[in-house]
Write a protein that binds this ligand. Structure first.
Ligand code: 1GP
Length: 260
């Protein structure tokens, strides 16, 4: 890493540049869409092409991660390729210590609050923290809650998923996240989930949580996204859809539906 880029990153961390950028975009558009790329499923060249097309459709950020992503060399390659093809912030969304790459703009420093395994609540974070500091990555503190089964994220993270029909339980965790000082909270139904986080749950969480609210998992239509946005979601994450060859029309509709 050159001295210049090290300096840039130090400034980035101090000013919380990516976090500020996300807040500014949310203030302007009310809700924004982020595209999620699974570094394990998508090779670097294809990933950069998908990210560029998603950005053209209206995505305002690119998240890179995956619950089972373990190849850090591959991850760094994907991040570098995507960085060269988009101007939006490129943010790591790690499922483990292997989700850290020096080339990203920031990392969602996540605590899987409803895991039964302390490894996913604080231990992986303690191990990963050293690399984050070494790379001067901007760390954005985020509470991560698995709703329902939560797909691979729920299984790997040993989550005790919050029952989808119990919004009050999600609100309870959200309030705890608020008191812990997490500036972001992600309600996760799981990648490719059949269902989604319910409108009732998003609303219940919104009532008690004052930080930036992210919702993802199983969102497939503009209506799904519009409902989540109306209930208070500020960032909608779309992953699986971007792996379809001709995702643009559907994805553009979703971005338009939530953005003001
Ligand atoms: C998964 O919430 C994200 O972590 C995105 O979910 O792949 O279902 O869009 P999808």
């Amino acid at each position: 890493m050159s001295t210049d880029s090290t300096q840039d990153r130090l400034v980035c961390q101090a000013l919380r540049q990516v976090e500020s950028k996300l807040r500014e975009l949310i203030q302007r558009h009310k809700t924004i869409c982020a595209g999620l790329i699974d570094s394990e499923n998508i090779p670097p060249t294809e990933a950069s092409d998908i990210a560029a097309r998603a950005e053209k459709c209206g995505a305002k950020a690119v998240l890179i991660g995956g619950s089972t992503a373990v190849d850090q060399i591959e991850l760094d390659n994907v991040v570098k390729h995507i960085k060269s093809s988009v101007t939006s912030p490129v943010i790591l969304f790690p499922g483990n210590v292997t989700g850290v790459s020096p080339s990203a703009d920031a990392i969602f420093f996540s605590c899987l609050m409803n895991s039964d395994n302390p490894y996913f609540i604080t231990q992986a974070q303690a191990l990963g923290a050293l690399a984050i500091r070494k790379y001067n990555l901007e760390a954005i503190p985020m509470a991560y809650l698995i709703i329902g089964e939560g797909g691979a994220a729920g299984f790997i993270g040993r989550a005790r998923g919050i029952p989808s029909n119990k919004p009050s339980l999600a609100a309870m965790y959200a309030l705890a996240a608020q008191y812990f000082g997490f500036r972001f909270l992600y309600l996760e139904a799981g990648s490719g989930a059949d269902g989604r986080v319910s409108v009732e749950m998003v609303s219940a969480v919104r009532k008690v949580y004052e930080g930036t609210l992210i919702v993802g998992g199983g969102i497939k239509t503009a209506d799904d996204a519009r409902r989540a946005s109306s209930a208070g979601a500020e960032i909608i994450v779309i992953g699986t859809m971007l792996e379809e060859n001709d995702f643009e029309t559907k994805f553009r509709d979703i971005c338009k539906a939530v953005s003001q």
